[in-house]
Design a binder for this molecule. Structure first.
Ligand code: SR1
Ligand code: MG
Length: 399
C-alpha cells in the first residue's frame, strides 16, 4: 500500500512515467507546479521536447490557500477521481479524462489540456467561445440526468450516495455559501464603501429565510451526483471544445446547485465586464455573456427533458409531465443557488479574478455592488422569475 507523502517536482515526473500511459515514458523529464486553485498541487509533466504530456494532481492534507491550520481530508482525491469517472461514463466529451489514481497518495494522473484555456481567464480577457455555453448545458444534462432517480437503479443510487458522501468538502460549501456572507465573519472581504449594503444582507429577514431554505435543500436533497463546484475556473475551453475538471466537492445534492453555480459565475463575469474592458467591448461582451446564460439553461433543460423522455427507467417518474414539473422546481433552485454564488464570490472567501482584476477602485466597487444586488434579487424573486427571458430581463434591470 502506498504511503502518503507530498510530491516534489521529481516525484511527479516519476509517477507520470509509471502511470501516465504515454509511449516512451522515459521521455518525460521535467515538471512544473501550476496549481492556482485553493486546495491542491498540480504538476504539468513535460517531455524532452518541452511539450506537456499529462497532468499529475495531488491533494494536500490541508487547504492550500490557507495553510496547515486548516486540515482537509485526503479522501477528496478519491471522490474527485470517482466523480469524474462517473461523469465521464455519461459525458466523455466534456469531462476531463482520469488516466490513473491512487487514493493512498491522494494523487491522480489526468489528460493534458494545454490546447485549452481556463474559461474564467478567457472571459476576463473578453475572448468568446460561442459553443461553450451549450456544451456546458449538455454536460449538466448528461451528468445530472444519468445519476438521478430518473435513470439510476435505486440500489446503485443508494450505494453511490454512500460512496460520495463528502462531509468535509460539503462543510466548506455549507459555510462559505450559506452562512458566512450573511454574518460578520473574518473570512469575508469586500470594499468598505459597501458596508451598508453588506450589513443589509445580515438583517434582511426574508433573504435569510430564503437562504435557509436553499441551505436545507443542499443538506438534504440527494437528487443527483453533483460536481459541487461548477465555476468558470473549473472549466477548460478551446474553440468547439469544453472540458470540466476539479470535482472534489462532488456529492449527491440538488441539481439546481450545479446549474445555479454555473449561471452564477457567468453573471459575475457579466457584472465585472465594465471594469475589465473598454465601454464598447464590455457592452458587446455582456450581450455574449447573456447569450451564454440563455444557452446554458436551454441546453440543460432541453437535454434533460429529451433524456427523461427517452431513458427514464423509474416507472412512476416516467409518468407524462412529471419530468417537466420536476424541471420547474430545478429552475427555481437554480435561481436561488445562482444568487448565493453571486454573493459568496463577492462578499465571502474565494473571490474571483473577474472582480479582483479590476484595477479601478470605484469601478470595482460598482461591479461588486451590482453582483450583490443581483444575487439578492435572484434569491428573493426565484419563485416569480418565470423563465430564462424573465431572468435576462431582471439582469438587465439590475444595471
Ligand atoms: C477553502 S476552498 C474555497 C473554495 O475554493 C473551491 O474552489 C471552492 O469553490 C471552495 O468554495
Ligand atoms: Mg476547484
Amino acid at each position: 500500500m502506498s504511503q502518503y507523502r507530498t510530491f516534489t517536482a521529481a516525484d511527479a515526473v516519476e509517477y507520470a512515467r509509471q502511470f501516465g500511459g504515454v509511449e516512451n515514458p522515459e521521455n518525460l523529464v521535467t515538471s512544473q507546479e501550476v496549481g492556482d486553485g485553493n486546495l491542491n498541487l498540480v504538476f504539468k509533466i513535460f517531455d524532452r521536447e518541452g511539450h506537456s504530456r499529462v497532468v499529475v494532481k495531488q491533494a494536500l492534507p490541508y487547504v492550500r490557500c490557507v495553510g496547515e491550520s486548516w486540515p482537509l481530508t485526503l479522501d477528496r482525491a478519491r471522490i474527485e477521481a470517482e466523480v469524474l469517472q462517473v461523469h465521464s461514463e455519461f459525458c466523455p466529451e466534456h469531462t476531463v479524462k482520469i488516466l490513473h489514481y491512487d487514493p493512498q497518495l491522494a494523487v491522480m494522473v489526468m489528460e493534458d489540456l494545454s490546447s485549452h484555456a481556463i474559461w474564467r481567464g478567457e472571459q476576463v480577457k473578453g475572448v468568446d467561445y460561442p459553443q461553450a455555453a451549450a456544451q456546458l448545458g449538455s454536460w449538466l444534462a448528461q451528468t445530472l440526468f444519468h445519476t438521478s432517480d430518473f435513470y439510476q437503479h435505486p440500489h446503485q443510487k443508494k450505494a453511490d450516495v454512500i460512496r460520495f458522501t463528502n462531509p468535509e468538502l460539503c462543510d466548506i460549501t455549507e459555510e462559505l455559501f450559506f452562512n458566512e456572507p450573511y454574518e460578520e465573519h473574518e473570512r469575508n472581504g469586500y470594499p468598505r464603501a459597501l458596508e451598508p449594503l453588506i450589513a443589509s444582507l445580515r438583517t434582511d429577514a426574508e433573504l435569510r429565510h430564503k437562504v435557509a431554505v436553499l441551505k436545507h435543500r443542499f443538506l438534504s436533497n440527494a437528487e443527483a451526483l453533483l460536481h459541487g463546484d461548477v465555476h468558470s475556473g473549473s472549466i477548460f475551453v478551446a474553440q468547439g471544445s469544453l472540458k470540466v475538471i476539479d470535482a472534489e466537492f462532488g456529492f449527491y445534492g440538488p441539481l439546481g446547485f450545479d446549474v445555479g453555480s454555473a449561471l452564477g459565475n457567468l453573471l459575475i463575469n457579466y457584472c465585472a465586464l465594465p471594469g475589465l474592458l473598454s465601454p464598447r467591448e464590455a457592452a458587446d461582451a455582456r450581450e455574449k455573456r447573456l447569450n451564454d446564460v440563455r444557452a446554458t439553461w436551454q441546453s440543460f433543460a432541453e437535454g434533460f427533458l429529451a433524456l427523461a423522455a427517452e431513458k427514464t427507467r423509474d416507472r412512476a417518474l416516467a409518468y407524462p409531465g412529471y419530468a417537466a414539473e420536476f424541471l420547474r422546481k430545478v429552475w427555481v433552485d437554480t435561481l436561488g443557488y445562482c444568487g448565493t454564488e453571486l454573493i459568496r464570490r463577492t462578499v465571502g472567501m474565494s473571490q474571483v479574478a473577474d472582480i479582483k482584476t479590476i484595477g479601478d477602485d470605484a469601478m470595482r466597487i460598482e461591479c461588486v455592488r451590482q453582483a450583490v444586488t443581483l444575487g439578492r434579487t435572484l434569491i428573493l424573486a426565484a419563485d416569480h422569475i418565470e423563465d430564462i427571458d424573465a431572468l435576462i430581463a431582471r439582469v438587465r434591470q439590475n444595471g
